[in-house]
Design a protein around this ligand. Sequence first.
Ligand code: ACO
Length: 465
Amino acid sequence: MKNENQKNTLVSLFRKTKIISIRLYRHKGKISVSKKENLNTAGLNIKNESYGFELKDGTLGPSVIDISSLYGETGQFTYDPGFTSTASCESKITYIDGEKGILLYRGYPIDELAEESNFVETAYLLLSGELPTKEEYQEFELAITHHTMVHEQLIKFYNGFRSDAHPMAIMCGVVGALSAFYHDSTDVNDPHQRMIAGRRLIAKMPTIAAMAFKFSLGQPFVYPNNELDYTANFLNMCFAVPAAKNQISPTIARALDKIFILHADHEQNASTSTVRLASSSGANPFAAIAAGIACLWGPAHGGANEAALNMLMEIGSVDKIPEFIKKAKDKNDPFRLMGFGHRVYKNYDPRAKVMQATCHEVLKELGIVDDPLLQVALELEKIALNDDYFVEKKLYPNIDFYSGITLKAMGFPTTMFTALFALARTVGWVAQWNEMIEDPSQRIGRPRQLYTGYDRRKYSKLDVR
Ligand code: ACO
C-alpha cells in the first residue's frame, strides 16, 4: 500500500520564493526525474506536506541536495542502487567531468601531470593538496624510499600461500596483516600516526606487489634498493634475479610511472568508497586499504584491463573485427567490447589518450614492431569510433583498452595487472581516507534499505513444517 502511494509522487524544488517542479514517475521499475530548473533550495512535497532542503554548490560539477535530515523530517529514505545520483561525501581531491572527458587531481589536468610530473610528486599533491616545493619533495621522496622494506616475519606469510595463488589474493592478506606489525601507526585519531601509516602503505606496496609476483614465479624475493627511484625500484624487485645483472630501461620506468599517475585516484569509485566505508567505523588504515584491494579485484573494476587484453587476443586479427563488432551490437549476445564504455565518462577517457601514447612508446622501446594486438586495438578503436551504435551510446575507449597491451609488453602476466593498479591507487585511497577522517561531518557509513521481505510471522517447529 505504501509503495502504491509512492508510485506517482509529485516533488517540488524551490529556491527562495521561486517554485520549480520535478516529477518522479515509474518507468519499467526505474524512477526518472525530469528537472525544469535548478536553484538553491530544494523543496520536497510528499503527500501534500512540504519540506525544504539545502542545495549545496561545489566549485565544479552538479550541486547536491543535502538530504541528511530527510528521514528525521519526513520518515522516508531515498532509493539509489549503485549510488548513481548520490554524493557520499564532500571532497577536494579529484574532479571528473564525464561528459567533457576531464579528470583533475587537485585542479591539475591528468594529461599535464602524466607529461610533466612523476608518481611521487603526484602522490604528494594528492595527499597534501599542493605541489611540493623542492625541499618538501626531497623530504617526501626520502621518506617513501626509506620505508620500502617489509618486516622479515612478513615473508612467512607468502610461504603460507599456494604457489599458484593470485597476486591480489596475496595482497589482500598481506596488506591486511600489516596492522599486526605496525602497532605504532594504527591510531586513526592521531594525525602523526595517520601520516606514518599512509607513507608506510605507499612505500611498501611496491615491495608487497613485487614479492607476490616473485612468489608466483617461484623466484627469490628481491629486496628494495633505496638508490633507485620509486618506479625503477619496483621494476627491479619484479624483474631482477640473483644470477644476472638487471638493466632497467629509463623509458620503461617512465612509462610505468605514467601508468601509476593515471591510476592514482578516480574520486568516489567502488574501491575508494569501500576504503571510506570500512574506515568510517574507525578501522585501522591497513585493514581499510585491504578492503579496497578486495573490491578493486572485481572484473567490473580493476580486472577490466585483463578482460580487454583477453578480448584482443580472442579477436586475434584485424579481419575478425567486424564479427566482434556485430556481436557487441547484438542485444541477444552478452558480449561487450571490453575496454569500451565507462559509467562516468561519456566522452574519450582522458587517461586512455595518455595510455595509447604510452603504449606506442613502450612497444617502440622494446622493439615490438607490428604487434598484432596493437594492430587489432587501433583498428577496433577506429571502427567503433565511427560506428553509429558506439557513437550514439557515447562508448569510447577507456583506460583499460591500451593498458593491458602495454603491461604485457613490459613482461607482466595478466594476473599482475590489478596488483599494479592497487599499488598506484593506494595513494588515492590514503588521500581519501585522510580526508574522510579530518571531515567533522563524516559518521559511520550506514546505508538504509527498501525492505521487500516477509512481514512479521510466527516461528513454526521443525516437525510441523
Ligand atoms: N560494448 C557494447 N555495448 C556496450 C558496452 C560495450 N563495451 N558498454 C555499454 N554498452 C551498451 C549497453 O549494452 C547499453 O545498451 P542499451 O542502452 O541498448 O541497453 C548501453 O551501452 C549503456 O550501457 P550500461 O551498461 O547501462 O552503461 P554503464 O554506464 O552502466 O556501464 C560499463 C559502464 C560497465 C563500463 C560498460 O560500458 C561496460 O561493460 N564496458 C566494458 C567493460 C569495461 O571496459 N570496463 C572498464 C571500465 S573502466 C574502469 O573500471 C577502470
